[in-house]
Design a protein around this ligand. Sequence first.
Ligand SMILES: Cc1cc2nc3c(=O)[nH]c(=O)nc-3n(C[C@H](O)[C@H](O)[C@H](O)COP(=O)(O)OP(=O)(O)OC[C@H]3O[C@@H](n4cnc5c(N)ncnc54)[C@H](O)[C@@H]3O)c2cc1C
Length: 414
Amino acid sequence: MKSNEILVSGAGIAGTALAYWLRKAGFAVTIVERAPEPRPGGQTVDLRGAGRTVVERMGLMDRVKAVTVDQRGLALVDRKGRITVRVPADSFGGEGIVSEIEILRGDLARLLYEATLPDTEYLFDDTITGIDQETDPEAVTVTFEKAPPRRFALVVGADGTHSVVRSLAFGAERDLAHPIGLYTAWFTALDDDLDLDGWYLMHNAPGGLVASARPGRLPGEVKAGFSFRSPPLTYDRRDVAAQREIVARRFADVGWEAPRLLRAMRTAPDFFFETMAQVRLDSWSRGRVALLGDAGYCATPLTGLGTSLALVGAYVLAGELAAAGGAYETAFRRYDTVMRPYVTKAQELPPGGAAGFAPTGRFGIRMRDLSMRAMTRRPMRAVLAAQFAKAGDIALPDYGPAEARPLGAARTGR
Ligand SMILES: Cc1cc2nc3c(=O)[nH]c(=O)nc-3n(C[C@H](O)[C@H](O)[C@H](O)COP(=O)(O)OP(=O)(O)OC[C@H]3O[C@@H](n4cnc5c(N)ncnc54)[C@H](O)[C@@H]3O)c2cc1C
């Protein structure tokens, strides 16, 4: 083992962004990813505030802009497809529900992955099964499902809301990931006849059901979403057929374009089903293991801030590790200090929370329409604008050039 070797679990947004910055500072990085390749899929995610600044500092903004998705805004539709409310993209100066820079999550993940090549080692189609910090005080010994055991100086869990690193090093998922009572499925539908006219269309149905369709980047590509309110469900996270069935049953009687989206869901190769849960921990490190992005502080897609948190967290964690000159404990403490206020604010759900997003009754849906309409006008506009302004609510440190040193406990700078 080299003394500056870091293992990252998860090649999503946070993991690849971290690898980018760590490599730049001279650390050796290995990423283990459960999927066989960078995971495609997801709807558009917003590059806002400090998240956008991090992408600019990576020098990737031109490449991002080359693949952004043009959207006119969000429009609510009734069961017959009639638009009831429009929230144009420019109604919040490009920083609203649909932001100025909207990029497909899969495109962003792929772009970040490419930026880490060729000098990041990837172990695809594998996962960590054990983390041992006791046997060797100078290293973490990691076992994998497929690869042979290896020692690393540090391990970072960037493996999403249901992080395996978190459950191995920090404790049970049920104590740390707090469901907000919403499930979501995302997938791509190929449908030339579904004309969205550039709008992100959303239909609320009684029972706390929300069906949505947003334009993709390619002609005929529709990024579909189905969300529903529910207490915790028991299902096998690897059984995708069973997950499709859960969604199909919930949305069987929903109007608008839900039936054709459900048909497309049956065969969509990038179908992704997720519990919305907030991850809350008092500390994001245990010894030589740290957490990043959704694994450490998932805010849920309802906040629209998950991508910014992942990008900013990666920048700060790598910057602090480089700045601490090898003293990882100092770096982890600084990472916590810099990120904590940003994360705490981001985790405050927008007004109404899950119930506001997916009301259960017809009256609630009418109220949601009314409040959404009011949100586009003064004085209510300020309420929604404040939610998205949180993305910029951090003074990003400027770490400058730094050199990776051997990673030891409190060697320097404590
Ligand atoms: C397929 C997919 C689609 C998404 N779609 C949307 C969307 O439409 N809108 C939205 O707001 N958010 C979406 N998200 C969540 C969003 O990407 C994150 O909230 C945010 O970008 C923070 O990124 P992250 O890297 O922390 O987590 P993620 O982007 O979730 O990345 C985590 C990565 O870890 C991998 N992983 C998980 N478990 C293991 C394991 N045991 N071993 C190794 N690797 C593991 C996953 O495969 C994934 O690549 C999606 C996530 C995924 C994975």
